[in-house]
Design a protein around this ligand. Structure first.
Ligand code: ATP
Length: 457
């Protein structure tokens, strides 16, 4: 049986420096991952694209960067202290823990792996509630009065700053506040690589609207968010909406849809983003717990009210995993016995945009190539490589998802031109050195990674 797509990705990501297990030399930390040189570029590109579409391109959404540590009362008001828990079942025989609501998917760690409870000596406990928030202490005294939590979502930083942002920017409802930041959840059953981890990054936006107009905004945001995922090059047939049934709805939600992506293999379709109509739950609770008025004053209509909130909440790591799974191709190359592994990223997301390769290490080729690499690095990330057979150098960049390869050969030093090779169709074009940056810039701007396109000069 071929390895599951996640297994292939875990080993490719480690080999090529996308993602490493945290503290690996100590045996690893449970479900925490570090982004390596290529991974940090890829995830930064995802976050930059989200910020561009959600903040920069909109006059009605403001950015925010709220702190991870917040007043502990925030989490009482939000319902996380009393309600942010999963039902947990322990097995006293093998010491494993399972989510009571996911027993169908759960597997016992013993070999051969079975469902929990299927071995004669399994000893499953009754389900009990387990709070997912990480607790720590603020200041030098470890006592209950100094307990603080690592935020389990970024949204609450937005709610408590709602009036600060509104008054500072003089935005009028409807308007939104967006932020990107770390969140922490002590998940009972983390796993599937970076799909479910205990430390992760969220990209969240809360859109404040007049009550009564909420469903119309909810529908509009659902459509916009799906468009955004498509704009990353995710295959449309691998994306779908999943509507929350009444019994799936979170305590705060009036309506909710997930955007799911088909990761393939054993994982299949899973949530990557949630779009929620939160009503006025959060602002009302913060108003009550803080005793500070959080109403919006509509000066034109001469009314005051607590706005309703449409939330879009997406995991930067989950989208990065979706992009990796979507991009991975193992294919045959005509005329070659060895196939190639390609990460066919959308060019805007690729960690490195171009590889620069002197064909040989003599005749001034490395000097010309290095000079070109230095020039191009001012515009986009470039990888310079002069070692080994040219075919192998191309393959290494295919595997890193680099959309363009620039080769300097013996004609280049005479005619001052180079070859640009395209990752996806392996087509090649010849352009003068002075035009390389411009030509690649045009391809990047047009999101076109193949040679047989209208941009070929
Ligand atoms: P799930 O049902 O998968 O636990 P959730 O419904 O609790 O997710 P939300 O609270 O709606 O998730 O969080 C919004 C987004 O944050 C999710 O769509 C996902 O992309 C991301 N996210 C949530 N939990 C994790 C996690 N443990 N690891 C990585 N990303 C996460």
């Amino acid at each position: 049986m071929p390895p599951d797509v996640l297994e292939t990705l875990v080993s490719l990501c480690k080999r090529r420096g996308f993602i490493f297990q945290s503290s690996e030399i100590y045996g690893g930390t449970g479900s925490v991952w570090d982004y390596g040189p290529l991974g940090v570029e890829l995830k930064n590109n995802v976050k930059a694209r989200w910020w561009q579409s959600m903040v920069r391109e909109r006059g009605d959404i403001e950015g925010l960067d709220a702190a991870i540590l917040m007043h502990p009362k925030v989490w009482e008001a939000s319902g996380h202290v009393s309600g942010f828990s999963d039902p947990l079942i322990d097995c006293k025989a093998c010491k494993s823990r399972f989510r009571a609501d996911k027993m169908d998917e759960a597997r016992c760690p013993r070999k051969p792996s079975k469902h929990p409870g299927e071995y004669a000596d399994c000893q499953l406990t009754e389900p009990r509630q387990f709070n997912l928030m990480f607790k720590t202490f603020m200041g030098p005294v470890e006592e209950s009065a100094s307990v603080v939590y690592l935020r389990p979502e970024t949204a609450q930083g937005i709610f408590v700053n709602f009036l600060n942002v509104q008054q500072a920017t003089r935005q009028k409802v409807p308007f939104g506040i967006a932020q990107i930041g770390k969140a922490f959840r002590n998940e009972i059953t983390p796993g599937n690589f970076i799909f479910r981890t205990r430390e992760f990054e969220q990209m969240e936006m809360q859109f404040f609207v007049e009550p009564g107009t909420d469903m119309e905004h909810f529908e509009a945001w659902k459509a916009r968010r799906m468009e955004w995922h498509l704009s990353l090059g995710l295959d449309p047939s691998r994306l779908e909406f999943h509507q929350h049934a009444p019994d799936e709805l979170a305590h705060y939600a009036k309506a909710a849809f997930d955007i799911q992506f088909d990761f393939g293999g054993t994982l299949g379709f899973q949530e990557i983003e949630g779009v929620h109509n939160r009503g006025d739950f959060d602002l009302r609770r913060h108003q009550e717990f803080s005793t500070k008025k959080l109403e919006y004053v509509d000066q034109v209509k001469n009314t005051r009210y607590l706005p309703f909130v449409i939330e879009t909440s997406v995991g930067a790591d989950r989208v990065t995993l979706a992009i990796l799974a979507n991009a991975l191709r193992e294919e045959l190359v005509p005329g070659e016995t060895e196939g190639r592994t390609v990460l066919g990223f959308h060019p805007a997301l690729a960690p490195i945009k171009a590889g620069v390769f002197p064909l040989t290490k003599k005749d001034g080729q490395p000097e010309m190539a290095e000079k070109l690499a230095v020039d191009l690095r001012k515009k986009f990330p470039v990888f310079y490589d002069e070692a080994g057979a040219i075919g192998r150098r191309y393959r290494r960049q295919d595997e890193a998802g680099t959309p363009f390869g620039i080769t300097i050969d013996s004609d280049s030093t005479k005619n001052d031109d180079v070859t640009i090779r395209f990752r996806d169709d392996m087509g090649q074009i010849r352009v003068s050195s002075s035009r390389v940056a411009g030509v690649i810039g045009e391809y990047l701007a047009a999101d076109i990674p193949t040679a047989d396109s209208r941009l070929v000069p």
